[in-house]
Design a protein around this ligand. Structure first.
Ligand code: ADP
Length: 335
């Protein structure tokens, strides 16, 4: 539904976006992540047509938006709604007036504007706050109004640029649920620009990592998190520091398939006839399947091949760390 091809943006001699290819199907949520300075905001400004790309194309529903006349551009902009960080509502206008603003600019008839404002505020659960000013709303409520305003002209793509940055965890969750609902109910295509990996895991169908203006890694989230050797995979499922346990060998373990049993660890322990320590773990549902990364402590006397074999039968990949974090062999003289 949105098809970005060979997108390049330069300011003078500085190339900020360098050949971006990104395709997001209708009714999908794609996340773009990357370190500060990677080019995320520039990409967002190109996608919502605030900036003219230096080269490349951005097509929505098959129409290239980058080569339009001024008049056509105004119409094309309606295809893409934007939600900004901290909503960017006008302070002097009520929630309803803020939502109405894009429709006023577009010259829609007053009766239609009134009807649509009520419909949109209802949709985002804010009808009861229609006449409140932004200062009378919480951060999460302001962002709901921001989303309603982003939907005002009936876009097929919603661009959420750091839309949950600065919100508390409950408000973040509620906004992410709302975006998922909009995808499911309206078939909206959502492009989320974020630096928060939790956001990606919670709602994105696909993810692309931007670095120095290029996409260095991308794919469906459920696939990316299972990659063993990828920076994006480790960033998406990042574990707390491993708490070493004396006289145990540390193993890094990763769920390989989507059908790992929730009780695999106890079963594997019984099969190995060993006590297994969990040193660090992150196990989550991503989409339909469970993904996980763990650090386990296992008796170093156990045969490594047997450990690998038993764990792999449970659908997890296991590798011993380079060397035991502490002594592998009990030392009689140890304090
Ligand atoms: P991000 O959003 O990932 O932090 P940005 O898109 O803001 O990254 O910036 C990417 C790079 O482009 C940065 O090095 C920034 O200095 C540069 N840049 C952004 N806008 C301009 C501009 N108008 N002129 C020159 N350089 C810019």
């Amino acid at each position: 539904m949105i098809e970005i091809a060979g997108l390049t943006k330069s300011y003078g001699a500085t190339t900020v976006l360098d050949g971006i290819d990104l395709s997001v199907g209708q009714g999908r949520i794609a996340a773009v992540v990357g370190p500060s300075g990677a080019g995320k905001s520039t990409l967002a400004r190109c996608v919502n047509l605030l900036e003219q790309p230096t080269s490349g194309t951005i097509a929505v529903a098959g129409q290239d938006l980058t080569r339009l006349s001024r008049r056509d551009l105004r119409l094309a902009r309606r295809q893409i709604g934007t939600v900004f960080q901290s909503a960017n509502l006008l302070r002097r206008l009520t929630a309803a007036q803020n939502v109405a603003l894009p429709m006023r600019h577009a010259g829609l008839p007053e009766a239609e504007i009134r009807r649509r404002v009520a419909e949109l505020l209802e949709r985002v659960g804010m009808l009861h706050r229609a006449n409140h000013y932004p200062s009378q709303l919480s951060g999460g409520q302001r962002q709901r109004v921001g989303i309603a305003r982003g939907l005002a002209l009936g876009p097929s793509v919603l661009l959420a640029d750091e839309a949950t940055s600065g919100l508390d965890p409950d408000s973040t969750r509620a906004i992410l649920d709302l975006l998922t609902e909009l995808r499911d109910d309206l078939g909206l295509t959502v492009l989320v620009i974020t630096h928060e990996m939790d956001v990606v895991r919670a709602i994105a169908d696909q993810v692309a990592q931007l670095d120095h203006g290029r996409i260095v890694e991308q794919g469906p989230v459920a696939d990316v998190v299972r990659r063993s050797d990828s920076g994006l995979s480790r960033a998406l499922l990042s574990m707390p520091p491993v708490a070493a346990v004396e006289r145990l060998r540390t193993w890094n373990v990763r769920y390989e398939g989507g059908d790992v049993s929730p009780v695999w660890l106890a079963q594997a322990g019984r099969e190995l006839d060993a006590d297994i320590a969990v040193l660090a773990a992150l196990v989550e549902a991503v989409g339909e399947s469970r993904v996980g990364r763990l650090a386990l402590g296992i008796d170093p006397q156990l045969d490594e091949r047997r450990v690998v074999e038993v764990l792999s039968r449970h659908g997890v990949v296991a590798e011993p760390t380079e060397r035991p974090l502490l002594r592998a062999v009990p030392d009689a003289g140890a304090a």
